[in-house]
Design a protein. Structure first.
Ligand SMILES: Nc1ncnc2c1ncn2[C@@H]1O[C@H](COP(=O)(O)OP(=O)(O)OP(=O)(O)O)[C@@H](O)[C@H]1O
Ligand SMILES: [Mg+2]
Length: 404
């Protein structure tokens, strides 16, 4: 798939931008603070409906706008998927409603002109994003990795985003009840209703994560071997907070960091097992005032030659693992959806050695459309620059050919 048009209104630095986009590789070049990453952020928003940098959507509205009763920011993306064209429009609306110190903020998303709930919009437009800070997927906290899995799965697995939303809703209700029970006491049987919801949606989430990690691992293995010139074998080791596999006889706990084959387990088995495990953990959960089991506490680790890269990997090793994962993600999305995702690469070239730059440029041949940013177009060969589009950004204005 590819974007044919991107229009931004009051989105960060862009008061107004309207670009017709070719089905090609587009290099956005320009000095610092000209709006390069912002364009990638806007495109990625159409796939994830959240920003990869902002902690809140409010930050996305242009902050130079003078106060008015209503301020509206917009991302409009027209794209071609197979033979069909579609339009996604995201509106960020800030309204004062008589109280200037506390504006109300909401967002709306329209597909082909019709407002839809977010749950129905994931997967309409697919993008794979690689930013330098995404190295935290390898090196950061378990929640960084869960967030990564949730974002990719929401894009390709129908229903995943809905299960996740329902799970999180049930989880916060159950946690509130646990806190109450721990502080004031009461009938623990009240927990049962939430257990059922948690295990039903949690099982779908875990089942999808098991499949995804297995599929991604089989794709990432040869890619990473190639990127490391056959020196590293990369594994993605799922470590669920609730282990659906029966514990082997004579062994109390499963050893950490083993690649276990959980592909034979179906969602119903996970549902039943998780339900029982939640019940068995009542005492522990009440004393801690929180739910201690379930996919909200899952983890997965990057193991290279059995060494945990998050704990022991060098920067370069972690960065290469990240690159391998993203290349695998592109292929995985293509296999799952039948469409190549739009590839978004922010300042990636500068971090890579010449050999890995070559490998990266190779991947660009696969996809229909890719956006790269760089402050230094000289990092790209003359041949690359003449073959692809090179656009220049200055103060939020895009010049479709390099300015001298
Ligand atoms: N809400 C906002 N309203 C207006 N301008 C904003 C807003 N948020 C960020 N900006 C500004 O937009 C500018 C462009 O930011 P962006 O990150 O897109 O630049 P960039 O071209 O990627 O720069 P770099 O090369 O440093 O990564 C920055 O000066 C930033 O302060
Ligand atoms: Mg940038």
């Amino acid at each position: 798939m590819h974007l044919t048009r991107l229009a931004l209104t009051n989105f960060r630095i862009f008061s107004r931008l309207d670009l017709q986009l070719p089905k090609r590789v587009i290099l956005l070049s320009g000095s610092n603070a000209q709006g390069k990453t912002t364009i990638l952020e806007a495109i990625a928003y159409l796939a994830n409906f959240s920003s990869f940098t902002a902690s809140s959507d409010r930050q996305l509205l242009n902050f130079n706008l003078s106060p008015q009763p209503q301020l509206v920011g917009r991302i409009v993306g027209e794209y071609q998927r197979g033979i069909r064209t579609h339009t996604l429009e995201v509106r960020f609306i800030q309204e004062y409603n008589g109280n200037p110190s506390a504006p109300r903020f909401r967002k709306e998303v329209l597909l082909d002109g019709v407002k839809k709930p977010l749950g129905e919009l994931y997967g309409q437009f697919n993008a794979v994003t690689l930013l330098p800070q995404m190295i935290r997927i390898v090196e950061g906290s378990p929640s960084d990795r869960r967030q990564y899995l949730d974002e990719v799965l929401s894009q390709v697995e129908p229903g995943y985003a809905r299960h996740l939303a329902n799970y999180n809703k049930a989880l916060s209700q159950r946690n509130a009840l646990l806190k109450n029970l721990s502080e004031r006491g009461g009938d623990v049987r009240q927990l049962e209703a939430w257990d059922g919801m948690l295990s039903e949606h949690g099982a779908q989430i875990m089942h999808a994560r098991i499949q995804a990690l297995q599929e991604l691992e089989s794709l990432v293995l040869p890619i990473h071997q190639q990127l490391t010139r056959q020196s590293e074998v990369l594994r993605l080791a799922y470590q669920p907070a609730y282990e659906p596999l029966p514990a082997p006889k004579g062994q109390l706990a499963l050893p950490v960091q083993t690649s276990l084959d959980r592909s034979g387990i179906n969602a119903k088995e996970i549902d039943e097992g998780l339900h029982k495990a939640l019940h068995a953990a009542y005492r522990q959960d009440i004393s801690r005032g929180m739910t201690t089991l379930g996919p909200h506490r899952d983890e997965f680790r990057f193991l290279s030659n059995r060494i945990d890269l998050g704990d022991y990997g060098s920067r370069g090793q972690a960065r290469t693992a990240m690159l391998s994962l993203k290349f695998a993600e592109v292929q995985w999305m293509h296999a799952k959806t039948g469409e190549w995702p739009v590839l978004l690469l922010d300042e990636i070239m500068a971090e890579l050695d010449p050999q890995r730059r070559q490998d990266l440029l190779q991947v660009l041949n696969d996809v229909e459309q890719a956006f790269l940013t760089s402050t230094d177009p000289e990092l790209f060969t003359q041949e690359f620059r003449s073959r692809h589009e090179v656009w220049q950004l200055q103060d939020g204005i895009v010049f479709l050919s390099p300015i001298s």
